[in-house]
Design a protein around this ligand. Sequence first.
Ligand code: ADP
Ligand code: MG
Length: 616
Amino acid sequence: MDKFEILKKYFGYHSFRDSQETLIDSILAGKDTLGIMPTGAGKSLCFQIPALLMEGITLVISPLISLMKDQVGALNQAGIHAAYLNSSLTVNQYYKALGLAKQGRYPIIYVAPERLVTEEFLDFALNQRIAMVAVDEAHCVSQWGQDFRPSYLKIVEFIRRLPKRPVVSAFTATATKEVRDDIMDILMLQDPTVVTTGFDRKNLYFGVMAPKDRYGSIRNYLECHPGESGIIYCLTRKVVEEVCGRLRQDGFVVTRYHAGLSDQERKENQDDFIYDRAPVMVATNAFGMGIDKSNVRFVLHYGMPKNMEAYYQEAGRAGRDGEPAECILYYAGQDVITNQFFIDHNQDNQELDEFTRALVQERDRERLRKMTFYCFTNDCLRDYILRYFGEYGSNYCGNCKNCLTQFETVDVTKQAEILLGCVRTCRQRYGVNVIIDTVRGANTAKIRQYRMNENPYYAALAKEPSHRLRQVLNYLMLQEYLAVTKDEYAIVKLTGNSRRILEEGETVVMKMAKEQEKAVQGKEKKERKSSALAGNLSEAGEALFEKLRTLRTRIAREEKVPPYMVFSDKTLLDMCRKKPQNKTEMMSVSGVGEFKYDKYGERFLECIKEAAGEES
Ligand code: ADP
Ligand code: MG
């Protein structure tokens, strides 16, 4: 088999995503490999597929038990033998798994980092052919990252003890340079192939609201999104209790998670969420790392997190399946004060000396400031996020609240004609301010001195506010209808394109910030609802989607696996679109591989046929 056949047969996908192929090929060529891709980009396949093609065992290092369980569960579901070795196993289970591993049953084994250099494990590993060590969530080696795990430092020691050095691959969603350098240095990657993909998550909608009644807004949101799975993040345990309690009183099925609950309850609640028994989780930031649930449709923040890193990571848990999902932050002024308090009373930095501690505090304050700006900006929210992480977006994404409500498409042909006309008639001698003052009909000494009050375009746009004219002028420059000299006078000049507007009647449309936010909120509610997950399906399609979802839940209960491991939302949606009638057609649905077809295919085909019968 080759990588394409494995992709189709086990995972049911038809093509690789950007960069997955590069990473896989690099590993198969025997090179160390580092993949930096955002959450949901599909990093797991990048080490799982080579693992199935390489001679020998792949060890996957992962920081959390829940993560391992989730991924091993998904592999088993797809018909791949995989196991995990961590402290959640009893001694008996552990030795049993290790025994099977010795017999060569598992091409992929997930191992907790603290196990690596234990005697039993070394005894196993030193006598096997280890083809690859894949380090997932590799930022955990870095003290710069938010999730530093000292046990990750054991990985290199382990690799060093192996008789033959395996391929080492590492994966993370943390992009900063410090973390990347740490991963390469600490894991001692040898001349690695490094692939970094953009951090934009196009399927995520971003929004910020500052409602008077925060709880009411959140409740409203849940009412508009029945049956969808989502997370509501709160700043403190107290708020989690409060919000969770009120939502229950109001009849929603929600559960909660924070560090104040017993291990037992946290585990139960997390399972309720993962298995869709409680579709909505109310939690502090203690909840999340290791939640690979692919069908999270919204992440709401009841309160502003401490920095953009935390926000993007938490919000990023929405829409891992690539289908539309929403991330909305509900802000209140109090949030800044709460976060200030956290910074001032941070217990994590006790061991630092006074000077370093002050430095860290200052850095945290700066991050908080940037987070606060996010809540206030009228610019494209996605652009703000990407710029924060050092990328450049376009200033209009069309899928965030600001773009959808603060911007509108405006025909500015008339303004453009007048501005260009003014530049031409003053014989291209003046700068931006004079041009704008002229068309607005300003009566200043300078305008009179330049005799621009006699210009044919004087006061031709008297009613237009100057900041809007400035936007139009900027746009005209961006589109090269006008240019500005680069000397200190910054004189506005015509370009080769100018005559297309002045003589050929070309129209100019641009996205412009709206003047005032008028009753946007109510309107948004309706608009947003229709763009929710099943929203791009017809009514009959939505009904079918519900049926398939019910069937999925039934199967999940029978097999005691989370519903999304049977099929993802994305796969169900694809079924609704394609309405497969037979095995071949079903196999063309994204996410339906051979193994899963054999297990579930017939039942889903049946369900689709039934639904078609009811419809006609
Ligand atoms: P990451 O670890 O990068 O956050 P995952 O490996 O958990 O992401 O993958 C996220 C989702 O994308 C999973 O549901 C996975 O099955 C899906 N996926 C991965 N690769 C592909 C692909 N080539 N085509 C379609 N879906 C994919
Ligand atoms: Mg992952």
